[in-house]
Design a protein around this ligand. Structure first.
Ligand SMILES: O=C(O)C(=O)C[C@H](O)[C@H](O)COP(=O)(O)O
Length: 212
């Protein structure tokens, strides 16, 4: 499997792993060993957030050196991020919220993407554009499991990757919902584990997450 299957859709992204690891890297050199540790633990997707100056270089390295993992760019909050991420080799994009310009830019890349929504109206607007696989952010703060359960009735065609404040303890409650394909979480790549190069710990966290 390559890390950028041309035919992948946003719906496919929700089926890659029960948990999409949301990662912040301060040092691009951490990205490859991190991705390899996630893969060893059975997690074949990674969302690298564009929150640090190292992020684009990190995406580039993972795309080039870890072909078994599907590498995506997260925190796409400006139109230019979409093209930069695509150029770096990202196979998908994730946005925390959705503006018309960011959505246009994401669509222009041709990559599958998970646009962020936190309300019913935002989700309906995205559905009007044909976007039906969404990120629900910030999941816990915006109403959590109860909120997603409530909107499943009126919006049965939408599926979500809730992210934000989810833990290994709460993830199963989300994953049990019919309108949830996977969850996103930062707990698979703790800052101190990255700083210490503790890849065995990342592998262990990935193994537990992939079994959820
Ligand atoms: O950066 C982005 O694009 C975001 O949307 C924020 C992330 O989804 C959360 O930071 C996840 O982090 P935890 O809440 O610690 O699991």
């Amino acid at each position: 499997m390559t890390n950028a299957p041309a035919h992948a859709t946003a719906a496919d992204l929700l089926a890659l792993s029960p948990v999409i690891p949301v990662v912040v890297v301060d040092d691009a050199a951490h990205a490859v060993p991190l991705a390899e540790a996630l893969l060893r633990g059975g997690v074949r997707v990674i969302e690298l957030t564009l929150r640090t100056p190292a992020a684009l270089a990190a995406i580039e390295r993972v795309a080039a050196e870890v072909p078994g993992i599907v590498i995506g760019a997260g925190t796409v909050t400006a139109p230019e991020h979409a093209e930069q991420a695509a150029k770096a080799g990202a196979a998908f994009l994730v946005t925390p919220g959705s503006t018309d310009r960011v959505l246009d830019a994401a669509e222009d890349t041709g990559l599958p993407f998970l646009p962020g929504a936190a309300t019913v109206s935002e989700a309906m607007r995205l559905a009007e554009r044909g976007l039906t696989s969404l990120k629900f952010f910030p999941a816990e703060a915006a109403g959590g499991v109860d909120y997603l359960k409530s909107i499943g009735g009126p919006l049965p065609g939408l599926r979500f990757c809730p992210t934000g404040g989810i833990t290994p303890a709460t993830a199963p409650d989300y994953l049990a919902l019919p309108n949830v394909g996977c969850v996103g979480g930062s707990w698979l790549a703790p800052k101190d584990a990255l700083a210490a190069g503790d890849w065995a710990r990342v592998e262990e966290l990935a193994r537990a997450a992939s079994a959820l």
